[in-house]
Design a protein. Structure first.
Length: 119
């Protein structure tokens, strides 16, 4: 009986350590997020089911992001700033993120850090 309790306690400790290690590894992956700069026309978009941030940057020419050729990138940031710059040529600098949804299983979204008009 004591041996069974000791084995259970050891197993619990191993699982606890494994969970903490996985969480640390995920945080380290977030620290190495890719930062990119893009230029294009800022456009407001909508979708049934609201599977969008509501804003896209239509690029002049396709670019490769995480191994995918992208002609338009979804942007996430300050909606008030985006409204002022709607349909204008802008430059953005941001972090590449991935979001999951029902229609599109994995979509690339740029978390905007800096935005400039007339680039």
């Amino acid at each position: 009986m004591k041996r069974l309790l000791a084995m259970g306690a050891l197993l619990g400790l191993v699982l606890l350590c494994a969970g903490a290690w996985a969480k640390t590894a995920a945080a380290a992956a977030d620290d190495k997020a890719e930062v990119i700069e893009l230029t294009g026309i800022l456009v407001k978009v909508s979708a049934v089911g609201a599977e969008t941030t509501g804003w896209e940057l239509h690029l002049v020419s396709p670019v490769m992001i995480d191994g995918q050729s992208v002609q338009a990138g979804e942007l996430d940031g300050d909606a008030h700033k985006f409204q002022k710059l709607e349909n204008l040529r802008i430059g953005v600098k941001g972090i590449v993120t991935h979001r999951q949804g029902t229609e599109m299983k994995d979509r690339i979204v740029i978390k905007v850090q800096k935005i400039k008009e007339n680039v």
